[in-house]
Design a protein around this ligand. Structure first.
Ligand code: G1P
Length: 298
């Protein structure tokens, strides 16, 4: 059982973000802002809290703004320092990444999530690694990946974040076939990516946080197409059930928002806005008034 420390994480950010056109005509969707931070910042902060030290972005054409975002803004920092704006300076500095901690790999063709992850194989080499899908934003007291790292310290192997979804929504997800339900942790006997309606083995869906063994990358070498004609990460993980039988689902504590969809993005905006002490009262009052106005208009 592999239980090495997980210090590397892959962030697949090559997607075109067509659901957010026209905004994504000129900005990568990962730069879209939840309150005042780009989506990607939430994923980075979560990874850091879990002890990740190396951040690997799988990008594609048109993602330049994302790379710029991670540059240190020396001029801006100097201006804020001169002006004595320490609070803003601290906000800015908290986003700085160490030199050498970030790597970018290009995915030249949109062949699926499994392929995107495989593109980082050489940088991962022979270590367990995390994958975070920035579209899935998870509000939690203890960050989701940290919860998983703690559970992984007991299990080793491979672990995916999991959450119950309504059965009729299961076909939008990877879905777990549960062998043994141990509470937060479940051991998995099968995984199906985007099962057809009525064919999902359960309603326990995979959410975009993974801790994986390097064997999953070797499984992806075969570049086998799965659901939707894409190379699926789910299939490569499922293969590990057959060969090493050590795949777990982890029911995290927290609220997940699907920021890959407009409705989810809006819900996250409201939830994260209300969670900010400096915005809460005014925003809450506005939402109350809005809801009263809508009721009155009915
Ligand atoms: C991806 C994964 C899927 C997972 C989902 C979670 O799908 O392939 O297994 O359930 O993320 O957000 P996508 O949403 O990219 O189609």
């Amino acid at each position: 059982m592999t239980k090495r420390k997980v210090t590397k994480a892959i962030f697949p950010v090559a997607g075109m973000g067509t659901r957010f056109l026209p905004a994504t005509k000129s900005i990568p969707k990962e730069i879209m802002t939840l309150v005042d931070r780009p989506l990607i910042q939430y994923a980075i902060d979560e990874a850091r809290a879990a002890g990740i030290e190396e951040f690997i972005f799988v990008t594609s054409r048109g993602k330049g703004a994302l790379e710029d975002y991670f540059d240190h803004a020396h001029e801006l920092e100097a201006n804020l320092e001169r002006a004595g704006k320490t609070d803003l300076l601290n906000v800015l500095r908290a986003t700085n990444m160490d030199s050498g901690a970030i790597a970018y790999v290009r995915q030249h063709k949109a062949l699926g999530l499994g392929h995107a992850v495989w593109c980082a194989s050489r940088l991962i080499a022979d270590e367990p690694f995390a994958v975070l899908l920035p579209d899935d934003v998870i509000a939690a007291e203890k960050p989701c990946l940290q919860q998983m790292i703690e559970a992984y310290a007991e299990t080793g192997g491979n672990m995916v974040a999991a959450m119950e979804v309504p059965y009729e929504k299961a076909s939008s997800y990877g879905v777990l076939d549960v062998r043994e339900d141990m509470g937060a942790l479940v051991s998995v006997k099968g995984m199906v990516e985007k099962p057809k309606a009525g064919q999902a083995p359960s309603n326990l869906a995979v959410i975009g946080r993974y801790i994986l063994s390097p064997e999953v990358l070797s499984n992806l070498d075969a570049k086998q197409q799965g659901a939707g004609g894409e190379i699926q990460l789910t299939d490569a993980i499922a293969q590990e059930i057959r060969t090493s039988n050590n795949v777990y689902g982890y029911r995290f504590r927290g609220q997940r928002f699907d920021c890959g969809s407009k409705a989810g993005f809006l819900q996250a905006t409201v939830a994260f806005g209300l969670a900010r002490p400096e915005l809460r009262d005014e925003f809450d009052q506005f939402l109350g008034e809005l809801s009263a106005m809508r009721k009155a208009a009915e």
